[in-house]
Design a protein around this ligand. Structure first.
Ligand SMILES: [Zn+2]
Length: 530
């Protein structure tokens, strides 16, 4: 096997990611006998909770997996590039947006051979020592394989399908969504098996299907949803469990492809919880007097979704202008003190000197943020009599890091069974939801198994611990990291070699305007952006 000297030079680590996997779902599926292979990994291995980041969505979470840093350490807080000076900017986040080195690059620098399959936010591919297939979102025709000259072989032997499962469009045809999920899992497993051929030291293969299905079918899968018992007993509930049976069998195929001496980590980037109602945060901000809509807000929204989008697709803008492309705003900035800044409950103040049309004076920052927080926490939904917002967090109370200034000013956490969305039906501030019925939560999963793994309860660990664990497993340590190695998995040699700092080797994102629009469309169909 490839690799330089030192401890751990001949050990192999396979990380399998199930995007959005949650213990409430896995325990229920295990009890029904749907996950025989995962259940046996758990029985003879170690298990624990893997705590995700805030905001706990995939675009902030996977960069934390890759870098071992919290969002202020890698700079990704949303699905689109976030810059308070340009609050209307709609440039999709890519691997070039991740502003910290990844463990894949450190392993590559140390001469280790890596394999990477379908990690989200890793397009364009990171030039690792080894092979890589990029994960969502990939523009059609984009070069998503590294090295480029391996692409024809992959295409010939096991073509990798990019993107897919745009679940927002399938409410009236759910069986087709399940059929697509089964096909994608089969095809991607075949691609992963080709990827895992030959010598390598660390591999990471990610399945995003659980996330997509759990958004759409949370009520069928999460026992704490009030309709779970009835829906789980339905034919659709059974078809859904078949997808997880397939996923379990495919995960076993990857474990087999990696070989019996390989340590295996099964993990998720966040967990899932059920929802029955959705709150429209933008409308609530207007209702509470913190934001004001532009005069023709409805017309502007419609325009953004149709003709403006089509026009943008057709427009060929010169490269320097591309970075200035932005979609029309629905807010009247001259009367807006706070706005929804990111997916996953991130709000920002319209701060003078920072936002282009800022109206909140810097000396009023704390006062306005406290008023906003109090108003949100006190708000009672008239229809249900419930408080939709359970908690709020000032950004500096959660995190520190070089890119904290890119974070929203206030994070809000929804109450139990509440989701936050801008697409809630009707004109009200909130509405009952049948689709989606699942939303992210921080508590994800980790299972570890292998010849060097100490079995037992891992307790609560953090997503940022995976990258340092993968490095320590090979006797290496990053120059700095917010996370710590999980020693039950990495072994506790204490003699890790600190790798040298590396320069950002990633390709700058050179997406055309059309590619940006295609990625944005895909993210919208996944329900992540408006
Ligand atoms: Zn995710």
């Amino acid at each position: 096997m490839a690799g330089v000297g030192g401890s751990g030079a001949d050990k192999r680590l396979l990380i399998v990611g199930w995007d959005g996997a949650d213990w409430d779902i896995l325990n229920d599926l295990s009890a029904r006998g749907c996950l025989p292979h995962i259940s046996s990994l758990i029985e003879s291995g170690a298990r624990g909770v893997l705590q995700s980041v805030i905001p706990s969505h995939s675009w902030a979470a996977w960069p934390t997996f890759l870098t071992g840093e919290d969002p202020p350490g890698h700079g990704v807080f949303d699905f689109v590039e976030r810059d308070p000076a340009r609050p209307g900017m709609r440039l999709p986040v890519t691997s070039a947006s991740i502003k910290a080195p990844t463990f894949l690059e450190y392993l590559s620098e140390a001469g280790r051979e890596v394999r990477v399959g379908n990690v989200p936010v890793a397009y364009p591919p990171i030039p690792v020592n080894g092979k890589m297939i990029s994960g969502v979102a990939v523009p059609p025709g984009g070069e998503f394989v590294h090295p480029l000259d391996w692409a024809p072989e992959l295409e010939r032997r096991a073509p990798f399908p990019v993107n897919g499962l745009e679940w927002m469009n399938y409410e009236h045809d759910p069986e087709s969504l399940l059929e697509e999920a089964r096909q994608l899992i089969e095809q991607r497993t075949a691609s992963f098996e080709v990827l895992l051929e030959g010598d390598w030291d660390t591999a990471a293969c990610i399945y995003v299907e659980p996330d997509r299905l759990q958004h759409a079918f949370g009520a069928y899968l999460l026992p704490s949803h009030p309709d779970h018992e009835k829906l789980a007993a339905s034919k659709l509930g059974e078809s859904l469990r078949d997808v997880y049976r397939l996923l379990d069998a495919c995960t076993e195929r990857l474990v087999r492809a990696a070989g019996p001496e390989t340590a295996v980590i099964l993990m998720s980037d966040h967990g899932f919880r059920p929802i029955t109602r959705q709150l429209d945060l933008n409308r609530l901000l207007k209702h509470l007097g913190f934001a004001s809509g532009a005069r023709s807000a409805t017309a502007t929204t419609a325009l953004r979704r149709s003709s403006a989008a089509r026009l943008l697709k057709r427009t060929k803008v010169a490269a320097p202008l591309r970075r200035k492309v932005k979609m029309p705003s629905t807010l009247d900035w001259s009367r807006t003190r706070a706005y929804k800044a990111t997916t996953g409950g991130g709000l920002s103040l319209n701060l003078k000197g920072r936002e282009p049309h800022g109206i909140v004076e810097p000396h009023d920052y704390e006062k306005v943020r406290s008023e906003l927080s109090a108003a949100l926490l006190e708000y009672v939904d008239p229809e249900s009599g419930e408080r939709p917002i359970a908690e709020t967090f000032a950004r500096e109370s959660l995190y520190e890091g070089p890119f904290l200034h890119l974070a929203p000013d206030l994070f809000v956490k929804a109450g139990e069974l509440w989701g936050m969305s801008s697409s809630s039906q009707g004109d009200g501030l909130s509405s009952y939801t049948r689709w989606p019925t699942g939303r992210h939560r921080r508590a994800g999963i980790i299972v570890a198994h292998g010849p060097h793994v100490a079995p037992g309860d891992l307790g609560v660990r953090h997503l940022r611990d995976i990258a340092p664990t993968a490095l320590a497993f090979h006797g290496l340590r990053a120059p700095s990291s917010a996370g710590s190695p999980i020693q039950e998995i990495s072994g506790s040699s204490g003699h890790e070699v600190t790798v040298s700092p590396i320069r950002d080797s990633r390709r700058q994102s050179e997406l055309t305007n059309e590619e940006q629009q295609q990625i944005t469309d895909h993210l919208r169909d996944l329900g992540y952006i408006e």
